[in-house]
Design a protein around this ligand. Structure first.
Ligand SMILES: Cc1cc2nc3c(=O)[nH]c(=O)nc-3n(C[C@H](O)[C@H](O)[C@H](O)COP(=O)(O)OP(=O)(O)OC[C@H]3O[C@@H](n4cnc5c(N)ncnc54)[C@H](O)[C@@H]3O)c2cc1C
Ligand code: SF4
Length: 607
């Protein structure tokens, strides 16, 4: 696929709008702003990784790991897997164009209806028809689907057999994966999932519906300029009422001659750098004088999320990815998650939980003996164990992703200019006992041993870890209650109680005021869609006529993005191409199938 990002050398000094971060929230904001005819820049700290270039071997994986903690700073700051080691809890987030969508399992679920009845949400949100519309748009763009043959996947069969212990049968899980060849809403052809199981290592097939294959190409197509290796440090209002965004150029940028720091200005800024990133930028901005709520950094939630394992079970699981091209011929793993058990406590929402069977990425295969065999470190020639991982005792390794609710009592603070998570007593949160009990019962039923944390003997220690960080810039009614209002506008304390900073928004996981109890990507996307719909209404963009204001490639005169051609380039790679102009037959097909590409964004908005 042709790169989406431009060289930082080409960045202008000012834009109508700057979007910081390129995960789900950033992708939605960039696409919607560009479609509304705004001159948009997206600033992403990580690098762009094209389909086919995600880690295949353990050495690739380790080069893409960045570890940071109070005493630790290892790996490249643009490494794909960004692990923050905390004294009370660790956090894993994605770093790269597309954010967490690059390495997540893509499970897309709506929270229990009781979640939005919690008074933590302002009343404007829960009953707003635009919330439903937001979910609809998120679904339309990310296209979650269930593996039509999920129940044939060994890992789901193993979960099903073990589910007797909990008395609830698993169901197929909706994941943001294309199970058939398709042309997606951004006009990009995606090949069908090869069921390689590598979703959490990065999809080298192009079948996972990442932000990089959906919202971001749409933003580009409508004129947005996308820059990687630009880590935003802080922002400030200037005298003319515009925002100045200060960023640091990250190592690896193709613009070696650029200054290490730069800045751009914009009338409108959308912070979408994720829970850790957006909170960190606002904490730094507050330190430099920007008036922000005292609630900034509060109500961090891990979404009751854990990853755990079952070792030595009797049934084959085939829960280790084979990658693409496959490391083992004729192996079928399935998407990283094929199915889940939903345990709903009708009397107490906090007790509800979801257990998903998962697949580990193939690049992790060589390290598994080290993690799971007591004498693993002595085994030395790990390469030779790779086939053993697929055939030997590791063929029965069960991986579980489990999600529930916690008290959201964590706090993000700034120490030595970096965001740090404090959550004394986090490991005593009741959710971990509940999840352990459910998972132990499942593993016992499978005849195996529950392995809560195979990394306990390493730098990871015994702290819990989450891949679902939420909160820090929570939605509230006013600045005494939250950091942003229900539309994502940042409160400006010191003015009236409900007053906001003009043109400053947050749209990502950081605005969640509580745990969701299900995997968060769909809700983050839906709330960003809803916020953008409100923004369009507030600024009167419904009358703007986005296509006229900003002729994109959809316009007759411009280079048109067309159907992608899926080309197997040699036997080793499988690329998606986006072409400008194309031959007739494929073009017609593309026109027909992309009929909705230029559809109005919001009800009532003209293009
Ligand atoms: C291994 C793994 C598996 C997961 N599985 C699932 C799943 O199955 N289902 C699900 O719903 N969720 C899952 N998640 C969580 C989900 O991916 C995240 O909740 C989601 O990506 C968060 O979206 P976001 O828009 O808030 O931010 P992100 O997707 O985190 O995007 C933020 C972006 O901002 C960039 N950024 C950060 N700081 C700066 C800065 N200072 N300047 C510029 N850019 C910056 C980051 O590099 C990143 O690209 C998983 C996560 C992981 C890590
Ligand atoms: S299973 Fe493999 S091909 Fe399918 S979405 Fe995941 S990584 Fe891509």
């Amino acid at each position: 696929m042709q790169p989406l990002a431009s060289s930082l050398r080409l960045i202008r000094s000012d834009y109508d709008a700057v979007v910081i971060g390129s995960g789900y929230g950033g992708g939605v904001a960039a696409a919607r702003l560009a479609r509304a005819g705004k001159r948009v820049a997206v600033l992403e700290r990580g690098r762009e990784i094209c389909v086919g270039d995600f880690p295949r071997r353990f050495s690739d994986l380790s080069h893409d790991l960045q570890l940071s903690g109070r005493q630790t700073q290892l790996g490249s700051p643009t490494g794909l897997y960004d692990v923050r080691l905390g004294e009370d809890m660790h956090v894993l987030v994605g770093c790269g164009l597309g954010g967490g969508s690059l390495i997540n399992a893509g499970v897309a679920l709506r929270p229990d209806a009781r979640v939005f009845k919690d008074p933590a949400w302002p009343s404007e949100l829960a009953g707003d028809p635009l919330l439903e519309e937001g979910y609809r748009e998120a679904w339309r763009w990310l296209r979650p689907a269930r593996d039509p043959r999920a129940h044939e996947r060994s890992k789901l069969k193993a979960l099903s057999a073990a589910s007797v212990a909990l008395g609830v049968e698993p169901v197929a899980a909706p994941v943001t994966v294309s199970f058939v060849d398709c042309l997606n809403p951004a006009g990009i052809a995606q090949p069908a999932c090869t069921l390689c199981g590598d979703c959490c290592g990065g999809c080298n097939v192009g079948a996972k519906n990442t932000v990089t294959l959906t919202y971001l190409p749409d933003a580009l197509r409508h004129g947005a300029e996308i820059f990687t290796h630009a880590k935003v440090h802080h922002l400030a209002a200037d005298d003319s009422g515009r925002w100045r965004i200060h960023f640091q150029v990250q190592p690896g940028a193709d613009a070696a001659s650029l200054d290490a720091v730069g800045s751009v200005s914009a009338a409108l800024v959308v912070l979408a750098a994720g829970t850790l990133g957006s909170t960190e930028i606002l904490l730094r901005s507050r330190q430099r004088g920007l008036a922000l709520s005292d609630r900034l950094g509060h109500r961090f939630s891990a979404n009751g999320d854990i990853i755990a394992f079952g070792w030595g079970g009797k049934l084959p699981v085939a829960g280790i990815g084979v990658g693409y091209p496959p490391k083992v011929q004729d192996a079928v793993v399935g998407a990283a998650v094929s199915g889940q058990i939903e345990l709903v406590d009708v009397g107490n929402l906090a007790n509800s939980l979801t257990v998903q069977e998962g697949a580990l990425p193939s690049a992790m295969a060589p390290i598994l003996p080290v993690l799971f065999l007591p004498n693993g470190r002595l085994l030395g020639a790990l390469k030779s164990l790779i086939s053993g991982v697929y055939k030997g005792p590791f063929a029965g390794l069960q991986t579980f992703f489990a999600v529930s609710h916690d008290s959201a009592a964590g706090q993000l603070t700034l120490e030595a200019d970096r965001v740090v998570l404090r959550w004394p007593g986090a490991s005593d949160e009741g959710v971990y006992r509940r999840l352990d009990a459910a998972l132990e019962a499942l593993v016992r039923q499978a005849g195996g041993t529950y392995v809560k944390n195979p990394l306990a003997g390493t730098v990871m220690g015994h702290q819990p870890a989450t891949a679902h960080p939420l909160g820090g810039c929570g939605i509230g009614r006013d600045h005494r209650d939250g950091v942003v209002n229900h539309k994502g506008q940042v409160f400006a304390p010191g003015a009236g109680t409900g007053d906001v900073h003009a043109g400053l928004y947050v749209m990502d996981g950081s605005i969640m005021p509580r745990s969701l109890g299900v995997n968060p990507l769909l809700t983050i996307t839906a709330l960003a869609e809803r916020a953008m719909a409100h923004m369009a209404g507030d600024y009167g963009w419904r009358d703007a006529g986005a296509a006229a204001a900003n002729p994109g490639p959809g316009a007759a005169t411009a280079a048109r993005w067309t159907a992608a051609r899926i080309a197997a380039l040699g036997s080793a790679s499988h690329h998606i191409q986006i072409e400008h102009g194309a031959d007739g037959a494929r073009d017609d097909e593309a026109r027909q199938e992309t009929a909705d590409v230029g559809a109005p964004l919001f009800r009532g908005q003209r293009r």
